[in-house]
Write a protein that binds this ligand. Structure first.
Ligand code: CMX
Length: 133
């Protein structure tokens, strides 16, 4: 696989509205997109930091994996997403090298990207996502 850069860092929050002032008024970043990903049961808010984005993740209901994460661990860094030119190939290669996959195939994510997750138990406790434009 070829990873080109960190596409985004996902941060789990209870409320995007509550945290916008920190990112906009303290860090001086601009929220340029708010989008709900129905499939993942999350509302997302994006900020650009050079080539990388910060993605705030707010659960849309209590069955969301992000709601479970916040309940168990509190708000904070949720996942790291790497940009690759081919998510399906990257997933297959990781699986061939013994990593347990959450997604066998890429699926639609926010901002029109194709995404696929590796299981955090096989990646040193860091939920890892591959993204393809
Ligand atoms: N980072 C690190 N570890 C995590 C984690 C995370 N984000 N989420 C869960 N875990 C850990 C749990 O703490 C738990 O560990 P222990 O067994 O030591 O307690 C273990 O993984 C299993 O977690 P669980 O709560 O019992 O099981 P879930 O049903 O929540 O499944 C996971 C966990 C990772 C498979 C699930 O959260 C998942 O499929 N995540 C990928 C999808 C996702 O997170 N989507 C939201 C982002 C959307 C986007 O960016 O577009």
């Amino acid at each position: 696989m070829e990873i080109t850069h960190i596409e985004h860092i996902g941060i789990a929050v209870k409320s995007i509205d509550e945290h916008l002032p920190y990112y906009e008024d303290v860090l001086g970043l601009k929220c340029y997109n708010i989008e709900t990903v129905e499939d993942q049961k999350v509302k997302t808010a994006f900020f650009k930091v050079g080539q990388t984005k910060i993605e705030l993740l707010e659960p849309t209901d209590e069955t969301s994996t992000v709601a479970k994460f916040i309940e168990k661990r509190g708000e904070g860094v949720h996942h790291i997403a790497y940009a690759t030119n081919n998510v399906n190939e990257a997933l297959a290669e990781a699986e061939a090298k013994g990593i347990k996959l959450i997604d066998k195939q890429g699926r639609p994510g926010a901002e029109g990207l194709t995404i696929g997750f590796l299981h955090p138990k096989w990646t040193g406790g860091v939920l890892t996502e591959f993204c393809e434009e």
